[in-house]
Design a binder for this molecule. Structure first.
Ligand code: PLP
Length: 360
């Protein structure tokens, strides 16, 4: 080991050195159907209006630490009940990190069903919390017996339930989530990142359970580049979490762009409607193919399983034909041989379908 590597090993925490860095592939010129982005851009008139607004943005000043004007639009767009608070993050990733900072400590546990969004585990691990993953049933529903046992055993500080779940795309049973809210002593965060495609939500149930918080993001709606997420729930919780939020975490450009975009929410509603329509068509077309198993999705992506041992070859085959999707890269367990495709525009989806047919 070189002297430098030795120093790094001496000072960087073991948990961090053991984590594999979150890898984001470079898409180059490929059709990008790997990251659950909205494929549509803004109408010309909206772009012109935005360009004028940008000219006057005071980037020499720090942003409004409370992002007041943006919060008004967000509350409206997301249907946050009037008596509930809102905490903003630089993406919902940052909210997960804020929660880890506020709730962390030795023997504090973060619990989530598995497979689910990888950041719950990564952020828990690098923030020094223990992480407990509870396997889902084979059909990706919650295994309530194991869940209950794990909650009793670990008394988690926070449970994350992605609703719909990533990467499986399904919505967990509403009554089972209620049961978890009742049995958990700590917080339950219902992560509604894919709300725009799901039609179901716990937002209007805030206040019914004192440990329920709802997390949303504007990323999947069509504003992934802005990095903006929100946590809604009782102010008793949020006021505490706000103390660990960095004061200017939502920058001037993001505040202005998101506020402007949400004032044009009809544009995004129409785009997400098109994506839901394309999801049905893509699903129906994929169903016609032999050898793949499809999982119904309430999100803007579809998880599918290919014949055993062929996921890497099929993923590469699709990529060679110009389309980048997500290879779950597992050879055993519930996601064995699974690939995940984000729903794109009609043309992008057609390119993917053609590539998949040839690669299979
Ligand atoms: C379930 C879930 N929650 C949160 C996020 C992160 O969202 P953001 O872009 O707001 O950090 C993702 C991103 O893929 C996700 O799948």
């Amino acid at each position: 080991m070189s002297e430098l590597s030795h120093k790094v090993a001496q000072w960087v925490r073991t948990e961090i050195r053991d984590i594999a860095a979150y890898h984001v592939p470079d898409p180059g010129d490929l059709i990008k159907l790997d990251a659950m982005e909205n494929p549509y851009t803004w109408p010309e008139a909206m772009l012109t209006e935005w360009q004028q607004l940008v000219r006057d943005l005071p980037v020499n000043r720090y942003p409004d630490p409370a992002a007041k004007a943006l919060t008004v639009e967000l509350r409206k767009a997301m249907g946050v009940p009037d008596n509930m608070g809102v905490l903003l993050g630089n993406g919902s990733d940052e909210i997960i990190q804020i929660l880890a900072l506020a709730l962390g400590g030795s023997k504090r546990v973060v619990l989530a069903p598995e497979p689910s969004f990888v950041m719950y585990k990564m952020i828990a691990t690098f923030s020094g919390l223990e992480y407990v993953g509870v396997p889902l049933n084979a059909d990706f529903s919650l295994d309530m017996a194991v869940m209950e046992q794990a909650i009793q055993q670990h008394d988690p500080a926070v449970i994350y339930l992605a609703y719909p779940n990533n990467p499986t795309g399904n919505l967990f049973d509403e009554e089972e989530i209620e049961a978890i809210l009742k049995m958990a002593n700590g917080l339950v965060v219902v992560d509604e990142a894919y709300h725009a495609f799901a039609g179901k939500s716990f937002m209007n149930r805030l206040g019914e359970f004192d440990n329920l918080l709802v997390m949303r993001t504007v990323s999947k709606l069509g504003l992934a580049g802005l990095r903006l997420g929100l946590l809604a729930g009782p102010n008793e919780w949020l006021n505490e979490f706000d103390k660990v939020r960095l004061p200017y975490n939502i920058n001037v450009m993001t505040q202005a762009a998101a506020e402007f975009a949400l004032k044009h929410i009809a544009v995004f509603d129409e785009q997400t409607r098109l994506i839901r329509e394309e999801r049905s068509r893509l699903f129906a077309e994929m169903e016609k193919l032999d050898g793949i198993t499809l999982y119904p999705s309430a999100a803007n992506f579809i998880l599918f399983r290919v014949p055993a041992g062929r996921a890497n070859a099929i993923f590469d085959g699709i990529k060679q034909r110009g389309v980048l999707i997500k290879n779950m890269k597992v050879s055993s367990g519930p996601l064995a041989d699974c690939l995940r495709v984000t729903v794109g525009t009609q043309r992008e989806n057609d390119s993917f379908l053609a590539a998949l047919r040839e690669a299979l």
